[in-house]
Ligand binder design. Structure first.
Ligand code: 9UX
Length: 67
């Protein structure tokens, strides 16, 4: 497991946070998701690479990039 930290743009309420968390809830290669709404960041404890995490976030309608 490594820690992937991303800047996530477009989150405006707790519902946005939930939709991102839900996208990872059935992904066993993502062990922990920590989203900071105020900061617009997300930290993922995962075996997936950053590009895959970014794609999964962008599928939910947000922009993400490595910090
Ligand atoms: Mo809140 Mo996010 O109503 O797309 S869920 S803004």
């Amino acid at each position: 497991m490594t820690e992937v930290k991303l800047k996530i743009d477009g989150m405006t309420c707790e519902g946005c946070v939930k939709s991102i968390q839900k996208a990872f809830s059935h992904e066993p290669k993502v062990e922990q998701v920590s989203i900071n709404l105020a900061e617009g960041t997300g930290t993922f404890k995962t075996n997936l690479d950053a590009a895959t995490i970014i794609m999964m976030i962008e599928d939910q309608g947000f922009d993400a990039r490595t910090i």
